[in-house]
Design a protein around this ligand. Structure first.
Ligand code: TRP
Length: 455
């Protein structure tokens, strides 16, 4: 009966858009540029692309297979495929990671709401690059405003979640994704034509491998998992709503391509603009927020009308992209509580929203009034980011690869990849090879390397 009452994504496009909606978000537009800036530019991007290709895509297919085969939440999925084994801890760790990510991700998502207001009131006009830095720092350090926006954002996520999967997720992704894409291209063109953009382009396109160290490897790998929504059962939960005729490898390829394209486009907007107004490329989490207003101002400052319209559109789309991602994170934890503890969906959703609000408030305050309280030298915000993106997600991916590569019956793997023999499944052997050897060994080596074992 449980299976009968579960929703399904309506159309093929809906499947791709909902998964891409989860993948595309602040990870691409906010996190990718600042990680690239912190880790030396083009060389980081090349390593990142390698991680997407060799770890990301195979693990995404694996998550799809687990989810669609078991048709339940991520922790329950392991109970179905591997009853009474410790594999369920992979699912549980994923749920915990989702909860932690949602908490600090919503803080940044809240920032986008503040910037919608700033853009709408034309308050970028007449400011210098230094002013933008000062006003960002002032805002983030304020104990109230970011907290308020965080709560607004979590509530928006909450209400879409309680309205159900199909109506909420699919619809918002269908309109938002193409619009965001077009606007990114427009802004990219504006940015690369700014005076002084060449430096930024060089940083983005000309690899300098002398800067590559173990930290760069771990960061690129973590970014790949984060951006593709992998390693915690997020896409696994979505795949539990997929239809039986969804082509899993093709969907994974589409989602990964869209996600990567958006990240590269974001880089093309941020770096040329940053070098054009002398913003250091390694400004960290503030990079997007202090760089972008300069693009609107420099490219359209003469016609305030257009500057206002485009900037409002951009921040609204960014907020929506973040929303389709927070929905997917929230859904993982809500589906888990709802199905494993037989709570009503509404009660489960409220628990998640309330818990994330509390943790999110602490994360937000840790950037302002609580700056001096650090753990391992990191603020709570940075700690959540580090522990989830650089440890929990790659570790989750490692176990998911082992699970599908070695543990699960090969007939299930074949059935899922070929839709029970109705597709050709020419990638079956390659996929198994990647899941059995390449991904686990690769991820393992990056971890060992981080512990200082090689260089
Ligand atoms: N991938 C999303 C982004 O790029 C964030 C996200 C959504 C996520 N679901 C996830 C990250 C699951 C890790 C795991 O913004």
């Amino acid at each position: 009966m449980k299976q009968m009452s579960r929703a399904n994504f309506g159309s093929k496009l809906g499947v791709i858009l909902a998964s891409a909606g989860s993948a595309v978000g602040l990870g691409n537009i906010w996190r990718f540029p600042f990680e690239t800036g912190n880790h030396g530019g083009a060389a980081f991007i090349l390593i990142y692309l390698g991680c997407v290709l060799f770890f990301g895509i195979p693990i995404m297919i694996a998550e799809f297979m687990i989810g669609r085969h078991s048709r339940t939440n991520t922790a329950g999925a392991y109970q179905i495929l591997a009853p009474r084994t410790h594999w369920r801890w992979v699912g549980r760790m994923g749920v915990l990671a989702g909860f932690l990510i949602l908490s600090y991700y919503s803080v940044v998502a809240g920032w986008t709401l503040e910037y919608i207001c700033e853009a709408a009131t034309n308050s970028f006009a007449g400011k210098s690059a230094q002013d933008f830095i000062a006003s960002f720092n002032g805002f983030v350090g304020n104990p109230w405003r970011p907290v308020l926006w965080l709560i607004v954002f979590l509530l928006a996520t909450h209400f879409i979640i309680v309205r159900g999967v199909e109506k909420g997720i699919e619809k918002s992704a269908k309109i938002m994704m193409p619009a965001l894409f077009i606007l990114l291209i427009v802004l990219g063109i504006c940015s690369v034509t700014l005076p002084g953009a060449g430096e930024g382009l060089k940083f983005l396109l000309k690899p300098d491998f002398s800067k590559v160290n173990s930290n760069v490897l771990l960061s690129a790998m973590g970014q790949a998992f984060f951006s593709l929504s992998l390693g915690m059962g997020c896409l696994c939960t979505y795949a539990s709503y997929f239809r039986n005729d969804t082509n899993l490898p093709r969907t994974a390829l589409n989602v990964a391509s869209i996600d990567t394209l958006v990240a590269i486009l974001a880089g093309l907007i941020i770096f040329p603009a940053a070098t054009s107004v002398n913003i250091p490329v390694d400004s960290g989490p503030s990079l997007l927020f202090i760089t972008l207003p300069n693009v609107f101002l420099k490219a359209f400052g003469d016609v305030p009308m257009i500057a206002v319209i485009l900037s409002v559109m951009f921040y609204v789309l960014l907020a929506l992209a973040a929303l389709t991602s927070t929905i997917s994170l929230h859904e993982v934890v809500t589906a888990y509580l709802h199905e494993e503890f037989s709570m009503s969906r509404k009660k489960a959703a409220w628990l998640v929203t309330a818990g994330c609000t509390i943790l999110g408030i602490f994360c937000s305050l840790s950037l302002g009034v609580g700056k001096d309280y650090t753990i391992f030298g990191l603020t709570l915000f940075d700690l959540f980011d580090f522990v989830t993106a650089k440890i929990m997600l790659p570790a989750g991916g490692f176990f998911i690869a082992l699970f599908m590569g070695w543990y699960v019956d090969k007939k299930i793997v074949y059935d899922e990849i070929s839709n029970r023999g109705t597709l050709k499944a020419s990638t079956y052997r390659l996929l198994l090879f990647l899941l059995k050897y390449v991904a686990p060994i690769g991820i393992g080596l990056v971890f060992l390397n981080e512990l200082g074992l090689f260089f």
